[in-house]
Design a protein around this ligand. Sequence first.
Ligand code: B3K
Ligand code: ZN
Length: 884
Amino acid sequence: MREGHGNVIYRSDYQEPAFWIDSVDLCFDLDPQKTRVLNRMKVRRNPNVPPQALRLDGEELNLARVMVNGQGISFKIDGNALVLENVPSGTEAFDLEIFTTCSPAKNTSLSGIYTSNDSFFTQCEAEGFRRITYFLDRPDVMASYTVLIRADKRKYPVLLSNGNLVEQGELDDGRHFARWVDPFRKPSYLFALVAGQLVAREQRITSRAGNDHLLQVYVRPGDLDKTEHAMNSLMASVAWDEARFGLSLDLERFMIVATSDFNMGAMENKGLNIFNTKYVLASQATATDTDFNNIESVVGHEYFHNWTGNRITCRDWFQLSLKEGLTVFRDQEFSMDLAGEASARAVKRIEDVRVLRTAQFPEDAGPMAHPVRPDQYLEINNFYTVTIYEKGAEVVRMMQTLVGRDGFRKGMDLYFQRHDGSAVTCDDFAQAIADANPDSKLAQLLPQFKRWYSQAGTPRVKATASFDADAGIYSLTLTQSCPATPGQAEKEPFVIPVGLGLLSADGSELTQGMHVMTQASETLTFPGLQGAPVPSILRGFSAPVVLEFDYTDRQLLTLLAHDTDPFNRWEAGQRLALNRALAFIAQDGLNPSDIRLDAPYIEAIRTVLRHPTLDAAFKELALTLPAESYIGEQLDVVDPQRIHAVREAMREQIAQQLRADWEWAFETHKENGAYSPDSVSSGRRALAGMALSQLCLASRASSDPVWPGKALQRFKDASNMTDRFNALAALVTSGHELAAPALQRFHAMFKDEALVLDKWFALQAGAPDRGGHVLPIVRQLMSHPDFSIRNPNRARSVIFSYCSANPGGFHRADAAGYVFWADKVIELDSINPQVAARLARALDRWKKLAEPQRSAAREAIARVAAKPDLSNDVREVVTRALSD
Ligand code: B3K
Ligand code: ZN
């Protein structure tokens, strides 16, 4: 590590803070250029820690005054810290007053306090509060907050902060004020302030517990008609947490505010959630079914943090998954419970597993691999990862599997009984779940189970089977291993719950159960069988592992047709497709256009498509081929362009061979009556959209204009964004000439809808590459008048859609994709390091690339790494990528 660039922080170095801050009284005079912040705190020494100077965190602040108990005091600035050597020596509380200024208008990092569309917003997690005032900016310092906001009344009529509004009124010179008091102690990362011209949808509710609450969703004037779904999602969240976990809303008022400039999805500030507009605004004309679903789950997620994150928070940032893994688990359960019946729940489970496998498994196998509870970091913002979130959620899910749903509820109750109001660790959580279920497998195996928190890497479970026909005994041997990850060469065996079922050759279920694996290798025997069964292993994806089993095609076809576990039914279809893709990729000299899919496979997927009782949503998932990135993960050496070509060729084959079936599917699913985003009608739209896309693709080979013409018509006539966008995408992804006028028309229709324009940009930057045509389009898009690299949503819609979501277009043999990537990482780093560091991760897996891409990618990463003055964010990512 080069000196003077920030240091690596280690979990093992944790110490309690040397001081506590009991209360914070903040006074803001808002001005975009120069905002004044007066911070008056009650501070006292922590008697558990040896006496030392008070070191406060601060960044990008202009310090004007420091006073202790009303008197000036000597101080020094040491790097980013404000150091006070001479604060009172006893353990009595003292008053500390600090006056600083900062410039929200110049803050392009969107961390701390910043302006967006002439309004003020804050983002403090993880370490943004130190960009607002000097503080002990760490989650274990919990204080009571009072906030006075003063600002020009005409420009900033709405002034919001956490908690309850206790006073408001007029000031001289057209200014006004509002005073907010948060009744709960909180860490600084949950502080929030919003000021601007905003309007709110309001809803009064009475909770199960009988209390009245005011719910508000604030947006810019003109967007109010797009807030109904967010409000409904919020009401559903409040009701669900009461019903499922007995957790009620603890505030009189709960506010959501949307902003179009936001680094991530949303933020759970106490009583004042701040959201990316993408996860608030929706109307049938502008948002797709996926958008509606995402809004429901993100609104739920942030709301559920009110208990899991805010009432009980993290002791230190290494414990991040304590709140994130648990809250993702809760939002997944919420969406499943709202989806209703078993098949819709299974669809949600499949979607969640798909995210885990296409994003988290590669992370766990790459240079940024880290345990669910990491041991070290350079920049904490780099650790808001799919491992902390999604794998963390799987770890919580396994606990629920081991103690049962009711046992898990008991565990949560005990967790709140023990720790409400404090900052705790992942160990505390696991202990509470185990202690509430003393007779459970979790309690018996707790130390071993907790290896899920400490060991990185995706475990592999290899299954081998044999059948003794004479004795009628089937034996299944399960062997687990886990590959080395950075800093962790050897791994100990995990506790792995393995959902199991056995099917007879004709597809009827013989037995089912849950086996909890604890050893490196275990053999299970099943006596009394008439013939060799078909095993259905890892049902429901009961653990976040890679399951290796040499299924025959015949076995997979049986599972695809008959498995009672919908997850494994879907998985069987994926394996059939994956095996074919891998075989084609490996076949030397095979030209993708010569690919022929075998009849049994085609017949099997035709049966799924035509199935009389399967849900449309399930069919759409089952007929979607494994993602290019997932196929790549199965290979030691990756040629992304070949993977793309093979997958596209398979798609085209399926399009042609099932043409009549796709026509049937489109005709029978295209009409869905009045728009509603429910799971049944959204599933039907998804399947109709897929059918249309396949029909446009099939027309390409025959140059038949009928289906592209129908797609254009549907694009024009659609009454909702899902159908309209699917039709547009069908034209764009099939490369049809009608795509250009349709894109033009789409832009003209939605030129004032930022979130829809993001879709327009993303569709073009992520389109299937034909002979390298996408990169020039990406460059053109970046000089489009509607493009701005400073807006994270827009930057993601073009740059990320190309670099992270379009492997076939990005990994060019001429390295032009990588040159573009390096230029953009460097450019973004000087604007917004968090966004830049996300982009930097697009080349995480460069070591697996085939030549010439491998060398070219390394060169591009090295060029970024050589740049002086990189942020810690980007430096950590590229340094790790280049290390062995
Ligand atoms: N807790 C925030 C994420 C903060 C990210 C900081 N870089 C949103 C969430 O997980 O709900
Ligand atoms: Zn979260």
